[in-house]
Write a protein of this length. Structure first.
Length: 593
């Protein structure tokens, strides 16, 4: 399937003032959509963790505005979903709306249920499509989780799949579809509340876009879009011109699990920078075939993950839209673990684990070309502190299913600064909110006993990666099933440009007597009322020589308890006295050695 990322934008003179005004107006539309869903969503995934994204694409299916969206949701995918809507429903009309979550038709994975609302002008011409993508606590999988790592195929996965299925006509729900969802999804009222919030966000966008069309006229808005794409493409070309004209190959490996090669799933990326003409070519064809597992990456997530690696490596001021995307060309092949999956391949875990390995390969390849660019590896996902929990709530007498977000760190060191500590993972970019322990315990039968950063777990470097986060929780008054697909226990986040690797992830069942039973990479376990889960997330890789780290930063980390005195001395070459004052003579001797 072709995507808007491969379509070059139109050129033309740019009115900078109007461009800035209209861009802010479009971003405001996306923010109003997001605010609507945040305030009305019923599940903790939406109302607490904010695991959703809202965006606008043009009638010819180019990404225009995203506001504060999760990158893996929106860079590539909304364009493909909108295209499939147009292809499958050539006679779109005002009042239509569509459910979409098919990874074979442009969605990220089945758990990211999306609502597509086509927007028309007064003459009935399709002008834009508003897209609301919301991660689901349950989408009808054969086990109560949104991430089914062991799924042999989409049938074993069991999720409801909607390839641009019409759910509203003339602004009214199609009840057949609603009944199907309520019968199949384990928490029907929770899903229904989320659906109403999503639809409300889509209709808010429709209203706001109509107001803009009346204020500026539709053709002027379309002209703005072309200017915005041209401007963004030029900013991208300028950013690429700063990179060296080189080609580099890098790899990042997902931990092995039953059904993968013994060494794990190694993801290779060859990145070629054409700084003279302003293009980056990324070849992802040298990778293994799709697996009979749920960790395969959908086409949308593969392309997006490659773009994330690029944007992590260049000037952060480049806008993210179809214009800038046109300067990055991604080569894929059908039937690969990263590429273009063929039905019935399962892509249940497409947004996180292996997708992050794509981003890591791209950004470390660029770092190997020139240490002024790129990043170290971002920490792997998903630890048990981000598991899907389920069971029967004894307080309410009914089932519960929710993905918790007690936290993950994972940020990578960069050429100029320390990691963004709570980035969670490469595809998230820190957009998820960390759960409030008090609210989580009120909403579900769960108790949280610890949540803290782990000393000496960061990727050491001139600029450090994030430390590991430790969390401990368990059920309260009932048994609880915990499902997660972890990574980074064996293949922790690597450093770049001389930086060190971070501490890897681990997860345990803590029995009533305090003994620990280590859990496998794919966690699917029922925890008894007197047991707990103990989880360590993966830290992020460091960037640059640790002994080049500014002494005052080493001391600040020491004061905060992020590192020990021994690590400060042995890894960073910094010795301190009892009052945290640097022993300059001893430090100079260590660093020169």
């Amino acid at each position: 399937m072709s995507t808007s990322a491969n379509r070059a934008p139109s050129s033309g003179s740019i009115d900078g003032v109007k461009l800035a005004i209209l861009n802010n107006r479009w971003e405001a539309v996306a923010r109003k959509m997001a605010n609507t869903l945040l305030r009305t969503g019923r599940s903790g995934v939406l109302a607490t963790a904010r695991d959703f994204s809202c965006c606008i694409v043009t009638a010819d299916n180019r990404l225009l505005a995203t506001a504060e969206s999760i990158p893996i949701h929106v860079l590539v995918g909304p364009d493909m979903m909108a295209q499939s809507m147009c292809d499958l429903h050539p006679n779109l009309r005002p009042g239509d709306a569509f459910l979409h979550n098919s990874p074979y038709h442009g969605c990220s994975h089945a758990a990211d249920l999306s609502v597509l609302v086509p927007v028309f002008d007064q003459a009935g011409r399709h002008r834009y499509t508003a897209i609301v993508k919301a991660h689901q606590a349950d989408i009808g999988n054969s086990i109560p989780t949104t991430y089914f790592g062991h799924a042999r195929d989409v049938y074993n996965e069991g999720a409801l799949i909607f390839p641009a299925v019409q759910v509203q006509r003339d602004y009214k729900d199609i009840d057949d579809i609603i009944r199907m969802c309520k019968m199949r999804i384990r928490v029907p009222q929770q899903w229904w509340g989320d659906y109403l919030g999503m639809m409300g966000a889509g209709r808010i966008a429709e209203r706001e876009i109509h107001a803009m069309g009346e204020e500026f006229c539709w053709d002027e808005l379309a002209g703005f879009g072309e200017q915005w794409f041209s401007y963004s493409a030029e900013r991208m070309r300028t950013a690429i011109a700063q990179l060296p004209k080189k080609t580099a190959t890098a790899s990042s490996t997902h931990d092995a699990l039953p059904g993968t090669p013994e060494e794990g799933v190694k993801i290779n990326a060859t990145v070629a920078v054409d700084s003279e003409n302003g293009y980056i070519d990324i070849d992802l064809t040298d990778n293994i075939d799709a697996l009979e597992l749920g960790i395969n990456v959908s086409e949308a997530c593969t392309r997006t993950a490659a773009l994330i690696g690029v944007f992590n490596s260049i000037d952060h001021r480049v806008p993210r839209n179809a214009g800038s995307f046109s300067r990055v060309r991604v080569k894929l092949r059908e039937g690969a673990v990263v590429g273009i999956p063929q039905h019935p391949t399962s892509c249940s875990v497409a947004t996180t684990n292996v997708a992050d390995r794509i981003s890591n390969s791209v950004q470390t390849a660029i770092a190997s070309m020139d240490s002024r660019f790129g990043q170290a590896e971002t920490g792997a996902l998903s630890p048990a502190t981000m598991a899907v929990i389920s069971g029967k709530d004894p307080r309410k007498g009914r089932p519960f299913v929710n993905q918790i977000f007690l936290g993950a760190t994972g940020g990578a060191g960069t050429p100029t600064q320390d990691s963004w500590m709570t980035i969670a993972h490469a595809g998230n970019a820190g957009m998820l909110y960390i759960d409030s322990i008090e609210i989580l315990e009120l909403a579900y039968p769960i108790r949280c006993y610890q949540r803290r950063l782990v000393t000496d777990s960061e990727g050491a470097g001139e600029f450090t990666g994030a430390p590991s986060l430790m969390g401990e929780y368990g059920p309260h008054g009932c048994s609880m099933t915990v499902n997660a697909v972890s990574d980074g226990t064996v293949n922790a986040a690597k450093g770049a440009a001389g930086g060190g690797a971070a501490q890897g992830a681990r997860q345990f069942r803590k029995r009533a007597d305090g003994s620990l039973e280590e859990l496998p990479v794919v966690v699917s376990v029922t925890i008894a009322p007197d047991e707990r889960v103990v989880s360590y997330s993966c830290g992020g890789g460091g960037f640059g020589d640790p002994k080049s780290r500014a002494m005052e930063k080493v001391v600040a980390d020491l004061r905060e308890g992020l590192i020990s005195e021994q690590r400060a001395r042995d890894v960073y070459g910094v010795t301190v006295k009892g009052d945290f004052a640097v022993d300059l003579a001893a430090t100079e001797e260590l660093r020169s050695a």
